[in-house]
Design a binder for this molecule. Structure first.
Ligand code: GLU
Length: 330
């Protein structure tokens, strides 16, 4: 018995140090709140990989996290193997700006591929009378939790309208809690940078309190688009939210979800994950409606950290390498 316990603890130790036990490799994918699109995205990627367990002996699991910034830091710190992160956050981490201004450029960050588009989504109750970003002044607004992608996007949008944070009652709670707070009349509006459709905005628009999706547009926003390479025009299709107060598609700006890891991650693991997602893209796309626009070519755009060598090996073998920005290759 003692010997068994000893053996077990030695194997557990080996497992925690290397992520490998009994010939199996465990990988964890950092996502976001359970009502967003990152969480099902982690699920979809792990499903593609776990399907080939007999070949790769990789067991992928998903963790709900605070979002992009948390995921980037966790993959760099070795707490997670992979993470989903906004393209703007990937750019900032690799360049050592925004949350990384103090720690400097995160040169170990690697791109694997990009995924669905995400729109800066601003939701407000009808009774708040908020019709544009300008009207957020004096209101209770959730700008995003620390560790999330949206925290910086909300700040950028407010700055584009010359609204300083002290002009509103800014909350910083997780996106998963925001629809409840809105319906309980505890906040008037919230920002969420997210793919569509998603459960969060469905929940926010389906309650007792009438809710509108507010456009993020105007001169200030045009300047944002010129100033930052990672922002692009985005449209939120209103058909996804039949209970929202407004009935027109909503104009905004957005970024892309990307899949990242550390340069330290084993080449074989990254190769296997890349290969399974790319070879089974049609099956993958059926797992969430936000993936409907994905093509193998556009999944190689929107990246700023260099490609991981495991992903590059697959893209070289298949010729997809020609769609990759040469700056991303070592
Ligand atoms: N874009 C959000 C973030 O980076 C997460 C969105 C989602 O979970 O789908 O924190």
């Amino acid at each position: 018995m003692k010997r068994f316990v000893l053996l077990m603890s030695v194997s557990l130790l080996a497992m925690t140090i290397t992520g490998v036990a009994f010939g199996r490799t465990f990988v964890t994918i950092g996502t976001g709140g359970v009502t967003g699109v990152y969480y099902p995205t982690g699920g979809a990627i792990s499903r593609m990989v776990n399907q080939k367990y007999s070949e790769y002996k990789i067991k992928a699991t998903v963790e709900s996290t605070a979002g992009s910034v948390y995921n980037i830091n966790a993959v760099l710190g070795g707490d997670l193997e992979f993470g989903v992160a906004q393209s703007d956050r990937q750019f900032q981490a690799y360049s050592g700006i925004a949350e990384w201004a103090g720690s400097g450029p995160q040169k170990d960050l690697r791109s694997v591929f990009s995924i669905h588009p995400e729109a800066i989504t601003l939701i407000a109750t009808k009774q708040s009378t908020i019709k544009s970003v300008m009207d957020l002044q004096g209101k209770r607004v959730n700008i995003g939790n620390p560790g999330s992608g949206q925290l910086q996007n909300s700040k950028d949008v407010l700055a584009a309208f010359a609204i300083s944070l002290d002009k509103l009652h800014a909350e910083q709670v997780k996106a998963v809690e925001a629809p409840g707070l809105l319906q309980d009349e505890k906040i008037d509006a919230f920002f969420y940078t997210v793919g569509h459709p998603n459960g969060n905005i469905k929940e926010a628009t389906s309650g007792r309190i009438k809710v509108n999706i507010i456009p993020v547009k105007g001169k200030g926003v045009d300047k944002l688009l010129q100033r930052y390479p990672y922002y692009a025009h985005a449209t939120i299709p209103i058909k996804f939210y039949p209970n929202a107060g407004n009935r027109e598609n909503v104009e905004s700006i957005g970024v892309k979800a990307t899949f990242v890891c550390s340069t330290k991650l084993d080449e074989k693991i990254v190769y296997a994950v890349t290969k399974e997602v790319f070879e089974n893209l049609e099956e993958f796309k059926k797992l969430h409606p936000a993936y409907s626009v994905l093509t193998r070519e556009n999944m190689l755009q929107g990246l700023s950290a260099p490609m991981h060598r495991g992903a590059l090996r697959y893209f070289r073998e298949t010729g997809f390498i020609r769609h990759i920005d040469p700056k991303l290759m070592p």
